[in-house]
Design a protein around this ligand. Structure first.
Ligand SMILES: C[S@@+](CC[C@H](N)C(=O)[O-])C[C@H]1O[C@@H](n2cnc3c(N)ncnc32)[C@H](O)[C@@H]1O
Length: 333
């Protein structure tokens, strides 16, 4: 991992990066300030626009070359996926994978893989709420159950926890799309009512006066619509990012995403992108057929994909979704 570069102004070795683009290095705040009039034209090569079809989306403000880093950012929130076996709530790795025996956090009882993970700030929300609201330790006796139902409430709980502990972060999360109307009465919504809302009420005695059912279901909506599967743990976990949440989908995306070891999302241009072009990533599996991809996007992200690939029956000449006719030789022969 690169941790230093040369200062954009004086070319000395520098270790602090521009927070906007994460590309330019500076040796001091003074040099960063002095260089800003030049750097502002290339920093963050996109702007957020909004329209009636896509909602907010990112548009290139200059030409972006293939391979260039478009954005790099830390997650607003991370937590276990909804359907997961028991994981350590510090590092988010599975509890049955490590060499050592899982240990229970001394304060809250949630199983952890080490003392260090039990002390990690990541684990604080459920740890503090277990002590303050549940008032009795959590006991997860079966570590090989998958999915383990108790873990479904952890990420929503971490989100709720920010309301009083980090109101600025909570406000940011609240600004993300939840598709409240479109989600209502879907199978996932009805599952969340029981699997998350009722669980938080029973397990954490979370009263309606703190969060109404509708608010909790909106939180589940934000996680569903904006959550990224992060493959940095085994099993993977979910991360919610701010700018990355503004990226629109295309099955013929011009950007690709990956993750740094530190959990940042890294979005790179997968093709040369012209100024004014929309930036996109693929929300679904590009190796699925057109009907599968469109169904998945409609069910989970609530839109009909009309990208160039979905609009072209040949899928850009690849015939990716066609059935191979095994009778060809009989028919033509
Ligand atoms: C992660 S959010 C993207 C940001 C969102 N537009 C906003 O304003 O917060 C995903 C949502 O954006 C919209 N969206 C993304 N890509 C789209 C596309 N290609 N066509 C239509 N809507 C799209 C859908 O409403 C989708 O559920």
């Amino acid at each position: 991992m690169v941790t230093s570069g040369t200062c954009e102004l004086c070319s000395k070795t520098a270790s602090s990066k521009c927070a906007g683009c994460g590309i330019a290095y500076y040796c001091s705040r003074e040099h960063q300030k002095a260089h800003w009039s030049k750097h502002k034209h290339i920093c963050k090569p996109f702007t957020v626009k909004e329209d009636g079809v896509l909602g907010r989306h990112l548009v290139a403000t200059r030409r972006i070359r293939r391979g260039e880093v478009v954005l790099k950012e830390r997650p607003l929130l991370v937590g276990p996926a909804q359907g997961t076996p028991p994981v350590c709530l510090g590092c988010l790795n599975g509890m049955t994978r490590g060499p050592g025996q899982p240990l229970a956090c001394e304060r809250c009882g949630w199983p952890m893989c080490s003392r260090q993970c039990a002390e990690s700030p990541q684990h604080r929300p459920e740890c503090q709420w277990t002590v303050a609201k549940r008032k009795s330790k959590v006991k997860i006796s079966q570590l090989n159950v998958s999915p383990h139902p108790t873990y479904a409430c952890v990420l929503p709980l971490r989100y709720c926890y920010q309301k009083s502990n980090n109101p600025k972060l909570f406000e940011k999360l609240e600004g993300l799309e939840s598709h409240r109307k479109e989600r209502k009465d879907t199978d996932k919504y009805n599952w969340d009512k029981f699997g998350v809302v009722q669980l938080l009420r029973r397990f954490y005695s979370l009263p309606d006066s703190e969060f109404t059912d509708e608010q909790l279901l909106d939180i589940c909506g934000v996680i569903q619509v904006n959550g990224h599967e992060v493959p940095l743990s085994e099993p993977g976990h979910v991360g919610i990012y701010w700018k990355c949440s503004m990226l629109e989908h295309s099955c013929w995306a011009n950007c690709s995403k990956s993750f740094t070891e530190a959990g940042e999302v890294l979005v790179r241009a997968a093709a040369d992108i012209a100024e004014g072009e929309h930036l996109s990533i693929c929300y679904t599996d590009p190796l699925w057929s057109t009907p599968q991809r469109r169904y998945h996007l409609k069910e989970t992200k609530f839109f009909e994909c009309n990208c160039p690939r979905c609009s072209d029956p040949t899928e850009m000449g690849t015939y990716f979704s066609v059935f191979r006719c095994t009778q060809r030789s009989v028919l033509v022969g």
